[in-house]
Design a protein around this ligand. Structure first.
Ligand SMILES: [Zn+2]
Ligand SMILES: [Zn+2]
Length: 337
């Protein structure tokens, strides 16, 4: 059933998604064994990302079934494949969403492996980290900075990284709007403020808890979408709500950019061309490159970015997903096996 060697290497607990719509099922599986270019990792923490929710809810077309989700893995290398000399046993590594890229398509050939035609994503095309062990392609694992514990580091591996890539695409904005103040935004606001940007945090109307959280982390202003108190130079949409696109376009100045950072979004309503006129740009950000990963880990080593993880035992992955779905998590949910 699973691509796991059944050869007495021991057993592990894992949360398995059998069908879209969930829920995840706690199960016992043989510990996977790494191929020559892979490492076997004992998972110490695995973040719960909104993308996992889209996979579990069936918003994203299924790739591998059944699948162990989870692509914000922090773990310890316990075995290295024959060719996986990049890491040694005992080292702490991170496994992000980009599990591998083909290396030869036109995107890979032009430093855009995030757009690879034949990618394998962790916890989607390959088994992920909602388990006690995971295997990962060594070339796609990230070295992690010191000074952060496993729990605080896990959300950096997708929420942090995708936020970072979206932030680079937003350019040199003096006034930056963040729509949706969850796992990604709570990390990015700190980075943006450290770079001297003013951050405007937009939340669901009445979500005063998230607004207070945003201000606490350095946002100049926090309030409901549609009530921007000043013209923005750029906006990043983390909330998967298409109706925010025209709202954000209306809020950005001429020449400004609106970056959609989610892998899935509800339909964008029609809007007048005037909202795009004035060289405003609308774009999406997709996945990450390994270079993004390395640069972001360097930034983390330089700036102390504080994540706010909420730990759940592995067996409570369904509860963690439910809490994320209902907007109950300030910061990020993290599973601890
Ligand atoms: Zn490729
Ligand atoms: Zn993610």
């Amino acid at each position: 059933m699973l691509n796991l060697l059944q050869d007495n290497r021991g057993l592990m607990r894992a949360m398995l998604l059998d069908t879209p719509g969930g829920p995840l099922r706690e199960t016992i599986l043989p510990i996977p064994w790494p191929a020559a270019d892979e490492v076997l990792i004992r998972v110490r923490a695995c973040g719960v990302c909104r993308t996992d929710l889209h996979i579990v809810d069936g918003d994203l077309a299924p790739h591998l079934w059944p699948v162990i989700p989870g692509h914000e893995i922090v773990g310890e290398v316990v075995h290295v494949g024959e060719w996986a000399h990049q890491f040694s046993v005992g080292e702490r590594v991170g496994v992000p969403w980009l599990g591998s890229a083909c290396g030869h398509c036109r995107y890979c050939a032009s430093h855009r492996e995030n757009l690879c035609d034949q990618p394998a994503f962790t916890g989607y095309d390959r088994h992920g980290g909602y388990a006690q062990y995971a295997v990962a392609r060594a070339n796609y694992c990230l070295r992690l900075p010191d000074g952060y514990d496993d729990l605080h580091l896990a959300p950096m591996l997708c929420a942090g990284l995708i936020g970072y890539r979206a932030w680079k695409m937003a350019g040199d904005a003096k006034r930056l709007g963040l729509y949706g103040f969850g796992a990604a935004a709570h990390l990015l606001v700190q980075l943006a403020v450290a770079q001297g940007q003013q951050v405007y945090a937009f939340t669901r109307p009445g979500d005063e808890r998230s607004q207070a959280f945003a201000r606490e982390l350095g946002a100049s202003w926090a309030g409901p979408a549609g009530e921007a108190p000043a013209e923005l130079d750029a906006a990043i949409l983390f909330a998967p709500a298409g109706e925010l696109v025209p709202i954000a376009l209306r809020a950005v100045a001429k020449g400004g950019v609106v970056v959609c950072a989610g892998i899935h979004m509800s339909d964008i309503p029609a809007f007048p061309y005037a909202l795009l006129w004035g060289e405003r740009r609308l774009c999406s950000v997709a996945n990450l490159t390994r270079e993004d990963g390395r640069s972001f880990m360097c930034l983390l080593a330089r700036h102390r970015i504080k994540s706010r993880p909420r730990a759940f035992p592995l067996a409570q992955a369904n509860q963690a997903l439910a809490a994320l779905r209902s907007g109950d998590i300030d910061g990020a949910a993290v599973l601890v096996p």
